[in-house]
Design a protein around this ligand. Structure first.
Ligand code: GCU
Length: 337
């Protein structure tokens, strides 16, 4: 009798194992497309979290047929390298700053002109309008598909040796810039020397004293721990440089239309999420940087006015073909789109 019971229990266990295995087998979905996504920010930065959300949404809505693998912290290369790889089809997706494509697509300079927007709201009115969509569409010319915009706050200078209290303090300084002709020119107009350094090398560049000054938003300053090597942050808020989620045109062409729609829609939804995260992340970044010893200087209205005037020639020099767009942007101050 004992043997019969043991035999029956073994049979039940065996069948249960078979059922579980076959259920698991049925649930195993083989992706049709595995796409790589390049991000140069760290793992918990809002843009990276936005990319993860994007990947999750795409996986869910394609029922696991399209999988996006997010590689953060610049693992896939500098932004310039990533853009080349997107054009070539070696990387499928990325989030980049528009500064890194403005030399190849000069109209992008318009969106990163100094002191262009009155506030964040105006910038988003522009980006979400048909004008913003025209900018996204223009990326086709350089082998890219513009999926969505991302928030990147407002940029200010920060320095290692001494605070930048006035424009005079910038004279003769070596200032790190992104690889953009307009940005280099801009630094020269302020009497300093521009040096291009990839974002992920900036901490070391400060440590090695290769640069005196850099400029970025609070979130990046904090996330890359730049306050440890450049403790003076100057609130001059000279520019907003929006970010882009991009897809390689080559990869896009290989994907069925139904998945393209999903990718586009999910990118836009992830952008809303990234914008929500941005506000709290920035406030916390500022607070923590100050608690860690960062010293803040705020420029006077007079200094800001002087700076605006010095940089005004950039509008004509880099955007003379797009003055009508600039006027349109300037008229969009309080509109809601
Ligand atoms: C911002 C942006 C980065 C970019 C960086 C830079 O932090 O999010 O992607 O690389 O600016 O100044 O290089």
């Amino acid at each position: 009798m004992k043997k019969v019971i043991i035999g029956m229990m073994a049979a039940i266990l065996f069948s249960a194992v078979i059922i579980v295995c076959s259920l698991n087998h049925k649930e195993e979905i083989v992706p049709e497309y595995v796409l790589t996504y390049a991000e140069n920010q760290s793992e918990n930065y809002p843009t990276t979290l936005g990319a993860y959300r994007f990947a999750e949404l795409v996986k869910e809505r394609t029922e696991g047929k399209v999988v996006i693998q997010v590689k953060h912290s610049g693992e896939l290369g500098t932004q310039d390298e990533v853009i080349q790889q997107l054009q070539f089809g070696g990387i499928d997706l990325a989030r980049v700053s528009i500064s890194s494509i403005s030399d190849e697509l000069p109209r992008m300079n318009v969106l990163q002109l100094p002191f262009l927007y009155e506030d964040e709201e105006q910038m988003w009115n522009v980006l979400e309008s048909t004008l913003g969509q025209t900018f996204l569409n223009s990326l086709e010319r350089i082998g890219l598909v513009g999926l969505s915009w991302y928030e990147a706050g407002i940029r200010s200078f920060y320095s290692s040796e001494e605070p930048i209290e006035t424009l005079d303090d910038l004279q003769g300084k070596i200032i790190r810039v992104q690889d953009s002709s307009m940005m280099k020119d801009w630094v020269e107009m302020l009497g300093a020397t521009p040096v291009v350094v990839p974002y992920t090398d900036l901490y070391t560049a400060f440590e090695m004293k290769e640069i005196d000054v850099a400029e970025n938003n609070w979130a990046s300053y904090h996330s890359e721990k730049h306050y440890e090597v450049a403790k003076y942050y100057t609130v001059d808020e000279h520019t907003r440089v929006p970010e882009l989620q991009l897809m390689s045109r080559k990869s896009w062409d290989k994907i069925p239309v139904v998945y393209r729609h999903i990718i586009m829609q999910c990118a836009k939804e992830s952008a809303e999420y990234e914008r929500e995260l941005w506000v709290d992340y920035t406030a916390k970044a500022k607070e923590e940087a100050i608690a860690a010893g960062c010293k803040v200087t705020v420029w006077s209205e007079e200094e800001l006015q002087k700076c605006k005037e010095m940089l005004l020639p950039l509008y004509e020099k880099y955007c003379s073909n797009y003055m009508y767009i600039i006027e349109e942007i300037q008229e969009m101050k309080d509109e809601i789109h």
